[in-house]
Structures are given as structure tokens and as C-alpha cells.
Design a protein around this ligand. Sequence first.
Ligand SMILES: [Zn+2]
Length: 387
Amino acid sequence: MNYYSATQIHDGRQWLPEGSMIAFDDEGVFRQTYAAGNAPAGVQPVHYEGILCPGFVNAHCHLELSHMKGVIPEGGGLVSFLKNVMFQRNNYDAAAREKAIQRAIAESRSNGIAAVGDICNGTDMLAFRPGSGMHIHSFIESIGFSETKAPERFAYSEQVYRQYASQAATTHHLAQSIVPHAPYSVSPAMFALIDRFEPRSLIAIHNEETEAENELYRSKTGRMFELYEALGIDPGFFEPSGKSSLQTYLPQLAATHPVILVHNTFLDEADISYLQVAARAVFLCLCPNANWYIERRLPDITLFAQSGLPICLGTDSLASNHQLSIWSEIQTIQQHFPAIPLETLLQWGTLNGAQALQLADRIGSLETGKQPGLVYIDAQKELHPLL
Ligand SMILES: [Zn+2]
């Protein structure tokens, strides 16, 4: 048994009372919390000056884009970012892409990340999932602007999905589901195919990442047409709904699908009210460093924190971030929204992420039987994974 104490211990939900001690067995399984003064006789815990918390959960990443680190200039806005990704991602050979994925996995682990919600457009991650040392839910992402090509595009996603699904789980949990990339890049026909494929599957979707997305749905105006033009797509078929993007597409997914809404940079009070009565499982996933990189703007995180909706954190890819670290995302939120307590932010980065990825029976909190990992944050705010 290994015993730990610290200046502060966060159990995934809240700070433990001062003087608490925690115990993990030699396999890294969490066993017990001891209140101050209740330690078994003769036990001397290893003490840390700083914070101990469970391993982090990166609820949104694209490990397959790791080779694009530093390629795309900052602050150009989402439409130009997407054009850069689409036109440049294939300018690298397999060896370069693989090396970058391996580096990104090692970086994630050294940043105390226990699980990743990982977007995949293809099979680049297949070889790396089983040995990653992390739980991975692979979101096989469908993109298809045109109604008529939806069956063909979906068939490709299904073929990719089958390859991931055929992989046997290791000591870590591996899961996968087919998901829509974003509302503006997925036709209603494709939404219907995704919805019906697995009625209870976990969905993640890039949501309201740019104002252009809402402009398109409300009035068929805005910068999204630049993207369509660059891709040679005629948006003539598109009918504006007069509503926000979220309120237009979400009803196309049955309420049996839990949904992780990613980014939410332009999600507003009306959308929050809509989600509060939507009678479905929804998580808001925030990727503040990526939002700052791409749009030079952060979501209204204070509003979200007050909404009662569950919030989790992601890094997005190295194409729009300088590191893959949930602790760095937490520090960015602290800088811009100092009123949100660290206690809350650590819950977003641990237990809430585990719940969003349906992994809360294994990781995310210091509860008996879980193997959540253990992270030490020292007095200089440097992070050290311990388990
Ligand atoms: Zn993303």
C-alpha cells in the first residue's frame, strides 16, 4: 500500500478536509481516504507540498493532427484555420505523422492525462491506441456537405469504425463511435445516418465555434461561404432555420445519444436555456487555449459555470494548441475567469471528463476500486504524474 498526504488533495469532486491521507495499492488502485488523525498505526505517508488530484481527462483532442503543431498562424479565425487543416494535413508522409502521434501520446501522459476523447478522420491512430497507456474513446468523424454523397461518405466512416471496433481492449478501455464533425459540414442526410447507426452511441460535435456558424443558420450569411467556395461546394441547397446552429441540428439526434458539445465559443443564454430543458445528457467541453489560438476569443465560461450544465475540458489538437495539457487549460481559465474556484476547475478536468467519456466507473475520482492515476502539482504550479 502507498500512502500520500499533501497541502491540498482534490478527490475529483472537491477538496478533502485538511490533513487527509489517501491510499493506493501497488497496482495503482485507489483504496481509501483517511481523515486527519485516523491513519493506521505506524503509517507515514509521503507528503507533497502542493496539490494532489486524480489523473486528468482530455475530452477533446485530435491526436492524428499532431504533425501540424505550429503550422497554422494564430488568430486567423476558424474558417481560415479549417482551410489550412484541410489543404495541408496530407502534405506529410506517414512516418512524420506517426512520429508526431507518438510524441503527442508521450506528452499527454507526462501531463497526467488518463483518458482522451480522440477525433479520428482515418486510421492513423489505430496502431497507437492499444499501447498508449490511456483510455481512448475514438470519435470517428464524418464530414459530408452534400446530401447526395452522404451514403458514400458514411460508408467510409463505417469502414474506419469497423477497424477501430475490431481492436481488443488492453489494460485500458478502448471505445469508438461515429460522430458528425460540425453542423455546417454535415448534411441532414448524414446526421440521419449517424443517428440511426447506433441509437445510444456517444456523440461529440464541434459546436458554435465561430459566429459564422450561427450566421449561416440564422440568415444564410457570413464567412462560412468562404469555406464552401474553397471546397467547391454550392450552398444553394442550404435553408436557414432562423435559429442558432445548436437549436437547429440537435433535434436531429435522438435523445438516447449522450452528446459532448465541443468549444461553444458562441453558445449564448438562449442556447443554455434550450439545453436546460432539452431532457437529454449533454456535456459542454471547453478548449480555451484552442479558442484563443484560432479565434482570439473565449466562451462565456462564467455563464456556463452558473448554468448547472456539466462542463469538461479538452485541448483540441496540436494544430491549434501549444501543448496537450488539461492543467494548462485550467490555468488559462483561471487567468481569464478568476472568480471560478480551482476546486470547480479540477472537477471539470477530472471527474466530469470521465463522466463525459463514460469512464467514471474506472477513473476521474479518488473512489475505492478505481484506477484514476494521481497527479502532483507543486508550489510552482508544475505538474508531475505520480501514478
Ligand atoms: Zn476539434
